[in-house]
Design a protein. Structure first.
Length: 401
């Protein structure tokens, strides 16, 4: 057991470097490193009779499995719910420490530990089955098989714990040699899961490299064509499941003056900085692209207008921290926010309508002084903008940053 976990720890350290280009890969590497370290700690503390140390090592093992579950959510762009995971981790620590102080600590530690690990394995398995196995991937089936082996072992551990009496000292993995199979299964499952997640992250990195033609050469964000493709896929998902989908239209304020005063090379540098601020502000599940010129767009799945305001305000703050050349102050952007509605139509028409609503809100933000965001739902009848074109109601409500 120590040899396997030691090898896994070395593998995880290598993966942390090799998969640094993938957020999910970094999370998986950290998770498997924690699993390996906790497994080694468990193997060395089981014989000490210190149930508190066993509880702490078991909790560290559970943290590693939670990190692996989070990596799956990040990889497939599912809601991460990190706050909920933190609360669950703290509750798990309290349960394990309480169990370690009871007279039947052996049974309680195994029952609670295997129960919580089984729950995490089941949630990880469901996330993989719902998102990954249908895609053409070698890593996803391996990760699924690893989860199944983990889940099978944890279920067997719970059954064993139910048969341990108050005075029993029977630990599932060390009780007798007849359980050698149950010792091997979780180790094999962990290795399969580690290989599977490694392949998934590698496939993602390769796909990103191959999609270089889909990126805007100046900003590194998606270009217009790739943004249209992403929007088509997200709207198709919205049509199937009905989860909210929100669009942010973002335009750089007074950008023409920067170009006219300092030249296009300075303007390009400002655009790159703003694109970086946008990219660092978004969540892993959000899709950011350069729509054209100095205008950007972010598509936010599982997000309504109100929730998108937090992202918009974060972008406003980050952009304000960008200094303009020649002591001209800081850069600013105006943002329009729109949520897709229940209108019928083709995916292309729905995408055009969604962006048009966000774009109209953007121009109202320009009219009202720039450096702010406006919700499309707050707008009423159109009015004429500075160029004489119709945009939005002068009484449209604004949301300050």
């Amino acid at each position: 057991m120590m040899v396997v976990f030691s090898s896994m720890l070395v593998m995880a350290a290598g993966l942390a470097v090799a998969l640094r280009a993938s957020e999910a890969g970094r999370i998986w590497a950290a998770g498997y490193a924690l699993v390996a370290g906790a497994g080694m700690a468990l193997a060395s503390t089981i014989g000490t009779g210190s149930y508190t140390l066993i509880a702490l090592a078991g909790w560290a093992f559970l943290l590693g499995r939670l990190a692996i579950f989070l990596g799956v959510r990040v990889y497939y762009g599912l809601p991460e719910r990190r706050t909920l995971l933190r609360v669950a981790a703290l509750l798990a620590l309290a349960v394990l420490l309480y169990a370690s102080q009871q007279h039947n600590a052996v049974a309680l530690l195994q029952l609670s530990g295997f129960g919580m690990l089984g729950t995490v394995s089941l949630l990880t398995l469901l996330s993989l089955l719902n998102s990954g196995v249908s895609q053409r991937s070698i890593g996803a089936p391996l990760a699924v098989l690893g989860c199944l082996l983990q889940l099978l072992t944890q279920a067997a551990g719970m059954v064993h714990a139910l048969g341990v009496d108050a005075s029993g000292q029977s630990l599932f993995f060390v009780a007798d040699s007849s359980r050698a199979l149950w010792v091997a299964l979780p180790l094999v499952g962990s290795l399969l899961g580690c290989f599977g997640c490694t392949l998934l992250a590698t496939e993602q990195i390769i796909a990103r490299n191959e999609s270089g033609a889909r990126l805007d050469a100046l900003t590194g964000l998606l270009n217009r064509g790739a943004l249209d493709q992403a929007a088509d896929a997200l709207i198709a998902r919205w049509q199937r499941g009905g989860e909210p989908l929100t669009c942010l239209a973002i335009d750089v304020d007074y950008f023409k003056q920067v170009n006219d005063s300092h030249g296009h090379h300075v303007g390009d540098a400002v655009l790159r900085q703003i694109a970086q601020a946008i990219d660092h502000s978004r969540r892993a599940s959000d899709v950011a692209g350069r729509y054209g010129g100095e205008e950007f767009c972010i598509l936010c799945p599982y997000t309504d207008e109100g929730q998108a305001c937090a992202l918009a305000n974060r972008i406003l703050r980050k952009v304000r921290a960008i200094d303009l050349p020649g002591r001209r102050g800081s850069a600013t952007v105006s943002i329009g926010v729109a949520q897709i509605d229940g209108a019928d139509g083709s995916r292309e028409a729905l995408w055009q309508g969604l962006f048009a609503a966000a774009d109209r809100a953007l121009y109202v933000a320009k009219q009202r002084g720039r450096d702010r965001l406006v919700l499309a739902s707050s707008l009423g009848m159109p009015v004429r903008d500075e160029d004489g074109d119709e945009d939005a109601d002068e009484d449209g409500a604004l949301q300050p940053a």
